[in-house]
Design a protein around this ligand. Structure first.
Ligand SMILES: Nc1ncnc2c1ncn2[C@@H]1O[C@H](COP(=O)(O)OP(=O)(O)OP(=O)(O)O)[C@@H](O)[C@H]1O
Ligand SMILES: [Mg+2]
Length: 269
């Protein structure tokens, strides 16, 4: 079988703000169709790395290639153009424009195309709102009138407005209570299947991490110290990983033990 395609490929990436080195020689491949989660302490450079993948920030050194562009042209401006319109993002801060209604928030990326009639925009916005389970009765509301869970859903609808191939989620369940958070996770899983999405996510929330991640990359000591499945990552000896997974260590072990029992149990006839 051929190797999975890297939809995003980061090579020898360095990031520096003044004297502060945030990333040192980061190499990373995001496979098409996977959900890759970035974890790391506060300030380890997770959001910055997402912004670099989105072409919003240029690394000090190294390259970010997206959608398999020709290696010959990995220039920042060229990559930036390639990302535009083919990716959606749910930012960590300020999920919606507070001065715009729900409808106008979701319509914004469609209007920016300058290619669609208002009728088409209206239909597309309603489809996207329906996908995230926001009824038409909420379309004219302002963000201040929505609950935290609804705001996240509308922001997700906006991120999906252009039918992106890659979706970036920065702390998508932060601030949601466990029930809303679980609902959001289910929604992301359903949309991922429906829309064939590749997702790059940042989260501190263990339940979200466990429920969604195909692979996890750990940012620490300015580098990706390990990348792999939950099982591979959680076994990796590193102080950040030890403390991050402490509270669910027993859950992972229970899960592993029951899978082991399941695999080795004789078939019941
Ligand atoms: N534009 C900037 N100018 C100067 N320093 C910056 C800039 N953007 C980010 N930084 C610094 O880079 C480091 C990484 O920031 P970043 O926001 O990527 O961290 P993070 O891992 O997302 O943290 P958190 O978990 O708190 O969201 C931080 O020390 C931050 O202060
Ligand atoms: Mg961040």
């Amino acid at each position: 079988m051929s190797n999975p395609e890297c939809i995003i490929e980061i090579e020898s990436l360095y990031t520096q703000f003044g004297d502060h080195i945030v990333h040192r020689d980061i190499n990373l491949c995001v496979y098409r169709g996977e959900i890759l989660t970035l974890i790391g302490g506060s300030g380890s450079g997770k959001t910055t790395l997402l912004r670099q993948m989105l072409g919003l920030e240029e690394p000090a050194q190294g390259s970010v290639r997206i959608f398999g562009n020709d290696r010959a042209d990995a220039s920042f401006n060229y990559q930036k153009k390639c990302v535009h319109g083919r990716s959606g993002v749910l930012f960590q801060q300020g999920a919606l424009f507070s001065a715009l209604s729900v409808f106008d928030n979701v319509a914004l990326p469609l209007r920016e195309l300058h290619a669609l009639s208002e009728d088409m925009i209206r239909d597309l916005v309603m489809i996207k709102l329906d996908m995230v389970a926001i009824g038409p009765e909420h379309a004219n509301k302002m963000p201040a009138a929505l609950s935290g869970g609804m705001i996240k859903r509308v922001a997700l609808a906006r991120a999906l407005a252009l039918d992106p191939e890659v979706l970036f989620l920065d702390e998508p369940t932060a601030g949601l209570d466990p029930e809303l958070s679980e609902g959001f996770v289910e929604l992301v899983l359903a949309l991922r299947n429906e829309m064939d999405l590749t997702i790059v996510m940042v989260t501190h929330d263990l339940d979200t991490l466990v429920a969604l991640s195909d692979r996890i990359a750990v940012l620490a000591d300015q580098q990706v110290v390990v990348i792999g499945t939950l099982d591979e990552v959680y076994r990796f000896p590193h102080p950040f990983i030890n403390s991050f997974f402490k509270s669910i260590r027993h859950k992972i072990e229970q899960k592993n033990n029951s899978e082991q029992t399941w695999k080795t149990a004789p078939m019941l006839s």
